[in-house]
Ligand binder design. Structure first.
Ligand SMILES: [Fe+2]
Length: 443
């Protein structure tokens, strides 16, 4: 083991795959909460990895069923879980998009479940989390799919990007609701950068071109570093648009891993696009092993009439992993949720009022209890925006154990209404998704 933070404590991987039924619960699981919470994260089969981001993907499932709450975890099986020595680049120097870490996010789309990692193809998972294999959309997808595609709640379309080490460095794609790739265009940017997320509004797509620049290729993934020269810009193009349609808005240099939401509104000069995101003032200047300085909730307002961006902080808390009620992706969502941290020891879940301007509220889990990304689950398909629950993993340092917390989203400070005690710790990871029960009907 190395001395890296990601090889110790709850960053360290778990060794096995298990199933556990009827887990103990403190409190009461809401009777209408039925479905599966899936969360992806790095779990290097070798026991260690070069970087926190480069471990093999493992998906943890907590299933809320009529007969209780159940757990399972499975590795996403890729060429690298069979032969960890394979290089990312094939013999011809191009990236092998099937060699995926598959460790970043979970996507439910077009009737299937996918494990995503931004330099590779999606990996399809079966209902028991078994790996079914990479998905290139019937041979049509020739680039990576980033780990944060945007699903349009109105059309069911998937808007996504892929980025690459060689020109064209950035691609924009749209798949229809059945998973057929309908639109693939290259987008001109000055160089290869790390592009982790994107934005979607009712009529537009927002692209990030920020100064964390690819420096070289390691065995499994590109390496990146901050650049004082690259500049920073947000690109706006109409849904389904092409390279010529992109308008770039210069912003202060920064890095954004995660967009909370984007939407359109009428500003003083005319139409504007609002981009609410978690912003780092810089990232990886000295080393990609450190994430300081801290990241805060930030608003970029892009004035389509003047071509100018106005930006500023919405709050001073250090946060990451912002989420909204995804039925409102691209619309003015009022509430966003995130993990708040003090120094490097995250310990609270916070809720922002992005439209009403009231002060954020939070639930502090207490010393040594570290929450993961909160995911919003509507109480019913047509429920109002905060009528539902938040589910989030929490690691308890003292017990070396993990729980799944269930909050009433509208009353976060009251604390969890249910705490599901998991049979094993779940290593710190990245993103999760909720799959409602109708998708389980064929079981
Ligand atoms: Fe992410």
């Amino acid at each position: 083991m190395t001395g890296s933070f990601h090889s110790r404590g709850n960053y360290a991987p778990v060794a096995d795959e298990i199933d556990a039924a009827r887990l103990p619960v403190t409190g009461a699981v809401p009777p209408s909460l039925r479905g599966r919470y899936l969360r992806n994260g790095p779990n290097p089969v070798s026991g260690d990895a070069r970087h926190w981001f480069s471990g093999d993907g493992m998906v943890h499932e907590v299933r809320f069923s009529h007969d209780g709450v159940h757990y399972r975890n499975r590795l996403v099986r890729t060429p690298w879980t069979v032969d960890p020595t394979l290089p990312k680049l094939a013999d011809d120097g191009s990236p092998d998009l099937t060699r995926s870490l598959a460790n970043t996010n979970v996507l439910q789309f077009a009737g299937s479940t996918f494990a995503l990692e931004e330099n590779s193809l999606p990996y399809r998972l079966g209902d028991a989390l078994e790996t079914l294999g990479p998905w290139d959309m019937g041979g049509r997808l020739s680039t990576a799919m980033s780990a944060h595609p945007k699903l349009c709640p109105a059309t069911g379309e998937l808007h996504f990007i892929g980025y690459a080490a060689t020109a064209p460095y950035l691609w924009y794609h749209v798949a229809d609701a059945t998973g057929v790739l309908r639109h693939s265009v290259p987008v001109t940017v000055p160089g290869p950068t790390m592009i982790h997320d994107m934005g979607l509004t009712k009529s537009h797509v927002v692209l990030l071109d920020l100064p964390v620049v690819m420096t070289h290729m390691t065995r499994r993934q590109p390496s990146f570093a901050w650049s004082d020269d690259y500049g920073a810009r947000l690109g706006v193009l109409p849904r389904g648009g092409t390279d010529e349609d992109v308008r770039w808005f210069e912003i202060e240099p920064c890095y954004v891993f995660h967009v909370a939401n984007c939407f359109e509104r009428d500003g003083t000069n005319g139409p504007e696009i609002v981009v609410d995101a978690v912003r780092f003032p810089e990232l990886w200047r000295e080393s990609s092993q450190r994430f300081a300085p801290p990241s805060v909730m930030w608003r970029f307002t892009l004035d389509l009439a003047t071509g100018r961006a106005i930006e500023g902080a919405l709050d001073s808390r250090t946060v990451e992993f912002p989420r909204i009620d995804e039925r409102l992706t691209g619309s003015p969502a009022r509430w966003a949720y995130a993990v708040a941290s003090l120094d490097r020891d995250a310990n609270a879940i916070v809720r922002y009022d992005l439209l009403g301007g009231t002060d954020p509220v939070e639930h502090d889990l207490g010393p040594g209890r570290v929450p993961g990304e909160p995911v919003f689950v509507p109480s019913a398909p047509a429920s109002t925006e905060d009528d539902g629950w938040l589910v989030a993993l929490a690691y308890d340092t003292a017990r070396d154990a993990s729980d799944l917390l269930v909050y009433a989203a509208g009353d976060l400070p009251a604390g969890p209404v249910a705490t599901v005690h998991l049979p094993r710790r779940v290593p710190y990871g990245f993103h999760g998704t909720w799959i409602p029960e109708p998708n389980l009907e064929h079981h």
